[in-house]
Structure formats: C-alpha cells, structure tokens
Design a binder for this molecule. Sequence first.
Ligand code: PEP
Length: 253
Amino acid sequence: MRKQIAAANWKMNCTYQQGEKLLDDILKSKPSLQPQQTVIFAVPFPYLIMASSAVANENNVSVAAQNCYQKKSGAYTGEVSVEMLQSIGIRYCIIGHSERREYFHETNADLAAKTDLLLEMDIRPVFCCGEALEIREAGSQNTWVEQQLQESLFHLPAEKLTRIVIAYEPIWAIGTGKTASAAQAQEMHAFIRGVLAAKYGKEIADEISILYGGSVKAANAKEIFGQPDVDGGLVGGASLQAEEFVSIISALK
Ligand code: PEP
C-alpha cells in the first residue's frame, strides 16, 4: 500500500524559537499515525537538526530539506550539498518547488541531477511539478507536467523511481487561496499515474505517492485527500498553524 503523506513546507518562515514551538504544538496534538501514514516537516536548513531531534521518538514522522544543490561538493558558496544532508540523517528533500523554478531558474535538467544525487545518498526526493495559470488556460497542463516528469525522472530505473514522492502543485493555487477542485486534482493525479504506468508499468505506478499542493487547509483536506489518486498533500501556509496542520494530518486516508 502506498504511503499517505502530510508534508509541511515552512518555506522561509519562522524563527528558530517559533519553529520549535510549532513542532512541539503539532507533535503534542497530532493523531497517532496508521502504518501507511507519514508526516514530513520541510524546515529551513538551520533548523534541520533541531527538527530531527524533536521527531526522533515519533513513529512515521520525518524531516525534509526544502532544497539541495545539484553538484556533489566544491566552490558553490552558500549552497547545501546532498552529502551534508545525509550526514545529519535527513531522509527526504523537496526539489523543484515552483518558487525555486521561478525565482532561482531551476531547470528540469538541474532537477534530474538533484534526483540522482539524492537517490545515491538514499534521500527520497519530493519532486514538485505543476503548471502556471496561462498553461492551464491554454489547456496544455497535461503536456507540461508530462514533460517535467520525463525530463527530470524518466532516466531512472524502476527500482529508483519507487523512491520518489511526486507533489502536483498547480502554480495558480499556491499561496493564492485558490484551490484546485477535488475533481481537478484527481484528474491530474490520475493523468500522472497513467504517465508513470505507460513508462514503468501499472504496478510501479501504483506504488508511488502523489501529493497535491496548493492552498490545502483543514476545510478542504478531507475532500481532496479522499480522491483515489491523491495520496496526501504538500502544505505551505496552513502548515504554519498547529491546529490547521493537525486537522490536515487527521484528513489522511
Ligand atoms: C507549497 O508551498 O508547496 C504550497 C502548496 O503552499 P500553500 O499551501 O500555501 O498554497
């Protein structure tokens, strides 16, 4: 059975002290997790060790980095390597968030390189994909997302692909309060699973968790996560409020 995941993306928010309190509040009140359920906290780099120790005694709770660099090591001032993440025990890393694609000009090829380095170090990429509003309005969202998957992931052999978590995040729904309808989310998730099945076979495609991201909150999580091809969510704004995020965790299948 594939994992059902509630992943919090704190982005560039919270001081260290606020982050510690937020984690503590969530961990104290979250429901106990079923074996197929996982909660991930993607926190800023300086808080990774603090967050890892906060979740150390929790079952099915992990910490993720929000990014990594696509080169192994060297003269890349200000960047963080995959090996550094591995050396502090990180198990997940978000890559290809639309904010990084837009503001830091990350390409599908950069993300293919990040994917390879992460998998080499046994860190699971949470690979973000999704279309901008103009692309959806032109009706080209399927072609766009398929190309993102092809160019960043389809060089992988099947046994490595199953280590990936995919997050479909329509850019027009991120931080805008405008959520894709549950039907729109299901339609794209089924499309993505179909693309994976065409390349790797149905059995492999069925193993891969596909998260929805874009203004998920307590009020809509149950309906969105209830869709057959939606395996939880990548949550920005609502993950910064303990009560909201706990309700989102409670909405996991
Ligand atoms: C995100 O950061 O990936 C995201 C989906 O943000 P929000 O939930 O705030 O739309």
